[in-house]
Design a protein around this ligand. Structure first.
Ligand code: GLN
Length: 314
């Protein structure tokens, strides 16, 4: 990585502007009304190296909400709270090939648990597993965890986005009630309270720098980049990274693995968190999405970087 830094510094602004050009081919998400306000042509990146260096380009200061990217980190917290066997008794380990908000397989396949923790149904179940007596207590624990990983004490929930999703999330509500009926959400899991936790962690606001720092911790196997202290057990990071490869880019994960080849997770806000194990963490935002729900320009930029620096893990 260190030897790549000069070329990266020189080329990154150019690559970013080249990638930005294709943003017009995508569409900003609008099913959560508040997200539709994001700028169509924005593209920003931060690359965080293990030596503490950060390189940024484009709209790296733009704020956006984590959305599905948060699912990686609530999974990690649930694993730390409950352990592997409890978590995987309620959520599977397989990609679906369906849209992230699909209901299809919940009914089609026995025993009715979500296929993986990165689709909406799976992440809703994971939210129910976070320790805490109330939604507020759970959200506080999630925020404290996210803040530590991002190295930013100011991370907070964007209330407007939270309210906007809460008011319009008919499909997520259906998924959650279905899970309750399947007894994957248990007797004492109040559906609306579980959803509140889920919507709140999706609405945590970041920028490319905080996202890159979160990615850097994963690239270091769960260690704090400054102190070397273990923030997440290595085994859980390994699980999260594997899900990111198999399911992180929704049902475009296979193509992404071929074109880019690193663990990554996207969100409908246009964010992408990616990491090169042992080398760096990457935070990207590009709100215009392709039909699969991934940032068009962000994917292109990652593909360029991966080819230039041989990032593929395969
Ligand atoms: N909060 C969003 C939802 O549940 C997250 C989805 C996403 O980013 N793909 O629809």
């Amino acid at each position: 990585m260190e030897q790549d830094w000069p070329m990266l510094t020189e080329k990154l602004p150019f690559w970013l502007e080249e990638s930005r050009k294709i943003a017009s081919a995508g569409k900003v998400a609008s099913y959560i009304p508040e997200l539709a306000r994001a700028p169509q042509d924005a593209l920003g990146i931060c690359i965080a190296g293990r030596d503490g260096r950060q390189l940024t380009a484009g709209d790296d200061t733009l704020s956006f909400t984590l959305q599905s990217i948060s699912k990686v980190f609530t999974l990690l917290l649930a694993l730390m709270d409950r352990g592997e066997s409890a978590v995987f008794s309620k959520v599977g380990m397989e990609p679906t090939g369906d849209n992230f908000n699909s209901m299809l397989k919940l009914e089609l396949v026995e025993p009715g648990i979500p296929f993986n923790p990165l689709i909406n149904a799976g992440a809703i179940v994971v939210s129910s597993l976070i320790r805490g007596a109330t939604p507020a207590e759970k959200t506080d624990r999630i925020l404290a965890f996210f803040r530590e990983l991002a190295g930013d004490d100011t991370l907070a929930v964007n209330e407007a986005v939270f309210r906007s999703e809460t008011a319009t999330a008919h499909r997520n509500r259906s998924l959650a009630y279905f899970l309750k009926d399947n007894k994957v959400l248990e007797e004492n899991d109040d559906v609306e309270k579980v959803l509140e936790v889920y919507f709140r962690h999706c609405a945590v606001e970041v920028n490319c720098r905080s996202l890159a720092r979160m990615a850097l911790v994963l690239s270091l196997g769960g260690k704090d980049p400054e102190t070397g202290r273990e923030l997440i057990p290595r085994r859980y990071v390994q699980i999260a990274k594997t899900f990111m490869v198999t399911c992180g880019m929704y049902n475009e994960s296979g193509e992404f693995a071929i074109r880019v080849g690193v663990p990554a997770k996207s969100g409908v806000s246009g964010g992408i968190l990616a990491l090169v194990p042992g080398r760096c963490g990457v935070g990207i935002v590009g709100p215009a999405l392709n039909r699969k729900g991934n940032s068009v320009a962000g994917m292109k930029l990652l593909e360029t970087l991966s080819a230039a620096f041989d990032w593929s893990q395969f």
